[in-house]
Write a protein that binds this ligand. Structure first.
Ligand code: DP6
Length: 412
């Protein structure tokens, strides 16, 4: 193996996910073990995903990583833990055509190049670390011929970022908190795949934010240290909600799903307020979007839209079906119109067919105006992304998509 100049690589695409029952609080900061179970929906990778190319070559002299084209350090413990765990599971790999043979024991010595890219603006504050660590672990597992199922891989991705473990699957995913000290039972499992409830449409409002937000990692540490409400939530509230949410998802019961999703988002933000000093992730625009959805749901005979907010002001809205989503998008654009110099193509991203169906010129139908109330919701939205529940990670066979050069293993 020693003198050869070959480069071997794998490119994978991994989705991001949004929790409908939130993970907030760790019982072990190093292994990243949570204080409660959580449930998420995986977003369609066509709209939000991370693409990662991993390469190995005897000519590499150290592990290196480039994120969105810029070299970053891999010295942090989260990267180191993921790399160590995955390396220890590497197996024999042979490519007879290229004359490459890697033995199990070689993975400890061989160096890696990693290039990762998000297909959505990083500054948007959307869970990029979830897709990023899941993609890193998934791509390396393929490169190193790691013979483990996605749940076992999720336990490695978890050590990069907790929410990343849920991005190893499509559809709806549960992260079991587990109770073993070594974290081996703190893994993600798929509840249902992306076809199970494919009526759902997800619209994300990327809300402009002026303040620098507290990171999830430090925010949840402060909540664990100071919030009594968090203790109550983890012990008394979430266990029951998890059972109800699993049931609602299984039965495609949108009314229960909405009730649980909104209540859990609101409780998570209440915990943030109960933290000392209090943490404010939502802003006025987020609050206006909540009011709009609450009013909409009250005016309909059964709830039509669920909302949830992570550690930032962006709203993730889940519409019961496409018809509701089209009306909702019309309503949102009425309340939050683009600035005069912004064209619609850069204001509504993702699934273009919904935008088309929403027919954005012309007057908003009175029925929708009634649902959202007066047009006094003005706030600041940078742009919207239309998406839907999506599939889990995949390897891309098309070599032209690779982010590293096949001969040099350096970014293209
Ligand atoms: C509000 O997974 O980003 O999005 O484990 O410290 O990396 P670390 O935190 P992270 O936290 C996500 C918190 C959340 C809720 C959720 O995704 O469940």
């Amino acid at each position: 193996m020693a003198e050869e100049k070959w480069v071997m690589m794998v490119t994978a695409q991994t989705p991001t996910n949004i929790a409908v029952i939130k993970y907030w609080g760790k019982r072990d900061e190093v292994r990243i073990l949570p204080i409660n179970d959580s449930i998420s929906v995986t977003l369609d990778p066509d709209h939000l995903c991370t693409l990662t190319t991993v390469a190995v070559s005897p000519s590499f002299d150290r592990d290196r990583m480039w994120l969105n084209g810029k070299e970053i350090s891999l010295s942090g413990s989260r990267y180191q833990n993921c790399l160590r765990e995955i390396r220890s599971r590497g197996d024999d790999v042979e490519d007879k055509e290229k004359g490459i043979k890697i033995e199990k024991k070689d993975w400890e010595k061989l160096h890696l190049h990693i290039a990762s890219h998000n297909n959505f603006p990083t500054a948007a504050g959307l869970a990029s670390s979830a897709a990023g660590f899941a993609c890193l672990v998934f791509a390396l597992a393929k490169l190193m011929n790691v013979n483990e199922d996605p749940s076992q891989l999720s336990a490695i991705a978890r050590q990069g970022s907790g929410s990343a473990c849920r991005s190893l699957f499509g559809g709806f995913v549960k992260w079991n908190m587990g109770n073993k000290e070594d974290g081996s039972d703190s893994v993600a499992v798929q509840l249902v795949d992306d076809k199970h409830w494919d009526d759902l449409v997800i619209i994300i409002a990327v809300v402009s934010s002026r303040e620098k937000e507290t990171s999830s990692t430090s925010g949840m540490r402060e909540s664990v240290e100071t919030s009594l409400l968090l203790q109550h939530r983890a012990k008394e509230v979430v266990p029951e909600r998890i059972v109800q949410m699993e049931e609602a998802i299984k039965n495609r019961d949108f009314t229960s799903f909405t009730k649980l999703t909104c209540a859990d988002s609101n409780q998570f933000h209440a915990v943030c307020m109960d933290t000392s000093p209090p943490i404010f992730y939502m802003n006025d625009t987020s609050h206006r979007i909540i009011s709009l959805v609450e009013k909409w749901n009250r005016s309909a005979s059964t709830p039509e839209i669920a909302y949830t907010f992570d550690a930032g002001p962006n709203a993730v809205l889940i519409a019961r079906n496409r018809k509701v989503a089209v009306e909702l998008l019309q309503g949102l654009l009425y309340c939050f119109p683009p600035k005069p110099d912004t064209d619609m193509k850069s204001y509504v991203l993702g699934d273009a067919s919904i935008v088309k169906e929403a027919g954005l010129e012309g007057e908003l139908p009175q029925g929708i105006k009634d649902k959202i109330g007066r047009q006094d919701q003005k706030g600041e939205v940078s742009y919207f992304i239309c998406s839907r529940p999506g599939r889990g990670p995949v390897v891309l066979q098309d070599q032209t998509k690779a982010l590293l050069h096949p001969q040099t293993g350096l970014p293209k």
